[in-house]
Ligand binder design. Structure first.
Ligand SMILES: N[C@@H](CCC(=O)N[C@@H](CS)C(=O)NCC(=O)O)C(=O)O
Length: 204
């Protein structure tokens, strides 16, 4: 299978971490969607990464769909990262939506700040900022003193949240979430020690 993505996208990172955790072999094609010569629209009509070209040629897009597919793949280590059913599954998917939502708001601010200053909307930026703040607050409150977001071991929930932490650190150093949420820091530090996280850190 072939993953189309960019090395800085937190959604792509979520998929790459899943691939490492599940020991699935894949080919990576770096195609940043905002570069003028991008071919991403040829694999995803929405022009976004990640997109995954499966071995039979069918193309999946949106990280949330791709991780579902990957979790169903048999592999040497066959670790299940999304519970198959029940309230546990719903809770893990809800965590993923929360983490992706924090990232969505970060990306919205990042893109807004790239527009000419006179066209930037402070109101829009503040609206997104609120989503980040409230998202982190909810994550901290839901995590409490648990070791992992859901259950007794790492799941997609932790991976998605870890990608949000990584993106905050890479692009929003001014958001001092580490000073406010010690339980999130504990989780972030634990995740950062894993090979899957270490090998997928975005380049500067
Ligand atoms: N919900 C999508 C979001 C993907 C997304 O927005 N990716 C960004 C890269 S970080 C992108 O490709 N943006 C290009 C664009 O919006 O045109 C997912 O989880 O895959």
């Amino acid at each position: 299978m072939q993953l189309i993505g960019s090395l800085t996208s937190p959604y792509v990172r979520k998929v790459r971490i899943m691939l490492v955790e599940k020991s699935i072999d894949y080919e990576f094609t770096n195609d940043p969607p905002f570069s003028p010569d991008t071919k991403v629209a040829q694999v995803n009509p929405l022009g976004k990464v990640p997109a995954l070209i499966m071995d039979d040629g069918f193309i999946l897009f949106d990280s949330r769909v791709i991780v579902e597919y990957l979790d169903d793949q048999d592999s040497a280590s066959s670790t299940r990262l999304i519970p198959a059913s029940g309230p546990e599954r719903l809770r893990v998917k809800r965590w993923e939506v929360l983490a992706d939502g924090i990232i969505d708001a970060c990306v919205a601010i990042y893109l807004e700040r790239k527009r000419p200053e006179s066209q930037q909307s402070q109101e829009w930026i503040e609206r997104q900022q609120k989503k980040i703040d409230q998202g982190l607050q909810a994550a901290s409150s839901d995590l409490g003193d648990q070791a992992w977001c859901e259950g007794a071991s790492m799941t997609l929930a932790d991976i998605a949240l870890g990608c949000a932490f990584g993106y905050l650190d890479a692009r929003f150093a001014e958001i001092k979430w580490r000073d406010t949420y010690p339980n999130l820091v504990r989780l972030a530090n634990k995740l950062a020690e894993r090979q899957s996280f270490k090998t997928t850190v975005a380049p500067n």
